[in-house]
Each structure stands twice: as C-alpha cells, then as structure tokens.
Design a protein. Sequence first.
Length: 278
Amino acid sequence: MSIITLTTDMGLKDHYVAVVKGAIYSQVPDARIVDISHSITPFDNSQTAFVLRHAYPEFPRGTVHLIGVNPEATGTSPHLVVRHDGQFFIGADNGIFPLIFDGMPQEAFELTMKLEDDHAIFPLKNVFVKAAAHLLKGGTAEVIGRKTVHIKEMMSFRPATDNLSIRGAVIYIDSYGNVVTNIARLQFQDLVKGQPFRITFGRHSYDITTLSKSYGDVPQGERLAFFGSSGHLEIALNKGVDGMGGGAAGLLGLHVNDPVRVELVLTPRATPAPVPVG
C-alpha cells in the first residue's frame, strides 16, 4: 500500500495542490494520497509541526509525508529525507524536523539525487514527489541521499514552572476556534495535585477553575478547559462557533503566542515563596 500525505500552506483556491497530486499519480499510479492539511498559516513551521506531530502516529509504517511549507532549499537548509518510527518525511532542513518529533529524528539523509534544471521553482512537485516515488517503489533513502547528523534545530517555547504556577502560551488554534496551549497534562498534574487552581488568560473574568472531561460538562456557550487528544491543555466554548466564526479564540480574544497561566489558589498564610524549577 503506497500512502503519501501532503501538508502545505497552499490552500485549495488555486491549482497547486492538483498539480502536486497529478505528479504523484504520474509517477506512482497506485498511490493513496491523504491531505493532512492545506490550510497551514503561510510559512508557519510551528503550526506545521503541531499538525504533523499529532497526525503521523496514526499512519502505517512505510507512509511518506511531504512537507510543503517552506520547502525551498538554501546553502544552509538542504532538502532531507527523514526516517522515523518506520515512516518517511521529506522537507527542507529549516528546523521543522525536531519540532515534529520533539527531538532529533532517528535517521536523516541529505538529498543528492539528480534533478531537473527547474527543480528549485516548485520543490514540492519537482523534488519531494520524485524522492517519494523512489521510496514508495521500494527504493532506499541511502540511494537518493547521504546520511547526515547535522539537522537544524528551531527553538520551541516551553512553559516556565515554579511551585505555584505554570506559565505557558497558545500554540495552535483549530478550525472551531479551540485554543491549544503548550501546557502538558503531566506538568499540570505535577503542579496541581488535587489543589484548587485557576487558569488565567486575557481578562480575569475569563478565569477557569475546573477541568472538564467533555464539552457537555458546561452549558452551551460557556467556556471550559480540558486536555485534548494532543495531551495539551485546551480552552474552548461549548458550541461557541456560529458557522466558521467565533469559538474560544475569537470570543475570548486569544491568539497564538498569547500567555496562559495555571496558578494554585492558596490562602495568604499558606502561600510559600516561589521556588524556580529546573
């Protein structure tokens, strides 16, 4: 089974996605193409990595993922084929790979295969598809690339913690306006340990003091916080979207990189001085 996925910022208004799919079918007629997303914010590596990080584990071994966001190669950012968890990822070495895997990939190969003169014009079609076709036909990464351990890293923002709080940020907003933070479930549990807490963002009147298990835990239109399938703290509204507008992001005024805090609620007498962690 020849599965190839596409993650791009090209949208669906223009012909670009169809051109890429046509090139795939021309070289691998039995390919099964899966569109992970074509609605990534243009040139946003962090958003691309978030989407891919939570999609690729559901795919079988041998799947080839094409990363069409910032696909251009430069002298310091060559094209790579990455092999990780039995799957392949093809993209430019611009810092995105460590973001996808939350660390270095298991193997990486700098592409060295012979290309047409116009390959730089549309690398997703003219470079990545050709490399993917080679892999899907049973070829190895070693034949089209040379192994490398020099992979560019892009710093991701990690929450700051002490014994009283976690200071995180919004890292993703989905199509429903649900807000995903970089605060992980284990971090939250290590801090709270059954104690009263509040989640703060924007105005204090928006503070949330309980965790929900589902949207139905609160009345329609009410805000809630829960841990989603990504394992990160999310802020949402129960059915707060009217058509394609609204949602927690729009109605609560939240944007990517906005701060989100989890704070313990203690009486003044019991409040210890903050102790930095790490």
